[in-house]
Design a protein around this ligand. Structure first.
Ligand SMILES: [Zn+2]
Length: 305
């Protein structure tokens, strides 16, 4: 099953030539998600050949414009292209008022249903779940209520070794073995450990933007395969980071190191930095396996034994 994150926008607060406002596309198996929807998100989706209409759920971290001003435009385009599938939006309280005012004054009557859910901001909570995956909020520390999102595959099943099974085994017996249960078949016991391989590891992706450096994030993202953490400033601008409730590249590297994640992506770069490699080097001093979350880059989390 695929598990891919595509960066649509990496800029903080204002756009810079070649850098757009925050948004990421997540594809897990045949499901597609959007995290944040800054201006130009729909342009970036089109540029990268991603269909707007396959997106089922949109997760909005907080109500600063650089994280959601692209949403009315995206919904309008979906409407003009006569989308019919429902769309599920998980955002902070108040997002409904913003969207409704938009549609009221533009006299827009959407061709599809939109289900809006308020994100719990005080405690981590599962806000979406299907048979393979959960999405949980990560409470963050910002100037307005803000949450990150943790995408985590559920515990996977044992893998059957077909040549080790007798023929004629009923479907229910297969399912029981995959769950790790021993079965009786024609008077003989079959031990799941003898006929299966262990489950593959469950994969996880954590998105943390925007936030002041906070140790509480470390336990929430502990051991994830891939962590996106905002790195708005260089550490020499720590004062600015503190007053605006943002993180420095050094601090993001520290979070990744202490949380023992697999890989770190840094993004949400202040427009004051032309060369992002300085931010990258600073984060890598703390956590070497770090990459820049630049526009158009795709990060894949591979299946592991
Ligand atoms: Zn913000």
């Amino acid at each position: 099953m695929s598990f891919e994150i595509t960066i649509l926008g990496s800029s903080a607060a204002v756009p810079v030539k070649g850098r757009h406002m925050t948004s990421q596309h997540v594809r897990i198996g045949n499901q597609q998600f959007l995290i944040d929807c800054g201006e130009a998100t729909q342009h970036q989706l089109i540029n990268l050949g991603i269909s707007l209409h396959k997106i089922e759920h949109i997760f909005i971290s907080h109500l600063h414009g650089d994280h959601f001003f692209g949403l009315p435009g995206l919904l309008s385009t979906m409407n003009m292209q006569r989308r019919t599938d429902p769309l599920y939006i998980h955002g902070p309280r108040g997002l409904d008022e913003v969207l409704l005012a938009n549609f009221k004054h533009t006299k827009t009557d959407l061709s599809f249903k939109v289900f809006l859910y308020d994100n719990p901001t005080m405690f981590p909570e599962v806000i979406y779940e299907n048979e393979k995956l959960t999405v949980e909020t990560i409470p963050l520390t910002h100037r307005v209520p803000c949450t990150g999102f943790l995408f985590r595959e559920k515990q996977k099943q044992y893998r059957i070794i077909p040549e080790k099974l007798p023929s004629g085994l009923p479907f229910e017996a297969f399912r029981a073995l995959k769950r790790g249960e021993d079965i009786d078949f024609q008077g003989e016991q079959i031990f799941y450990k003898n006929v299966t391989l262990p489950p593959r590891k469950s994969r996880s992706y954590a998105f943390c933007s925007d936030t002041k450096y906070s140790k509480s994030v470390i336990s929430k993202v502990y051991g994830v395969d891939l962590l996106y953490h905002e790195s708005t400033f260089m550490h020499r601008h720590l004062d600015r980071a503190n007053t605006t409730f943002h993180t420095t590249a050094h601090q993001a590297g520290t979070v990744a190191k202490e949380a023992k994640v697999g890989e770190l992506l840094i993004g949400h770069f202040s427009a004051r930095y032309g060369d992002l490699n300085n931010l990258l080097e600073e984060a890598r001093e703390e956590f070497p396996n770090t990459e820049l979350a630049k526009e158009g880059k795709q990060f894949t989390i591979l299946e592991r034994e």
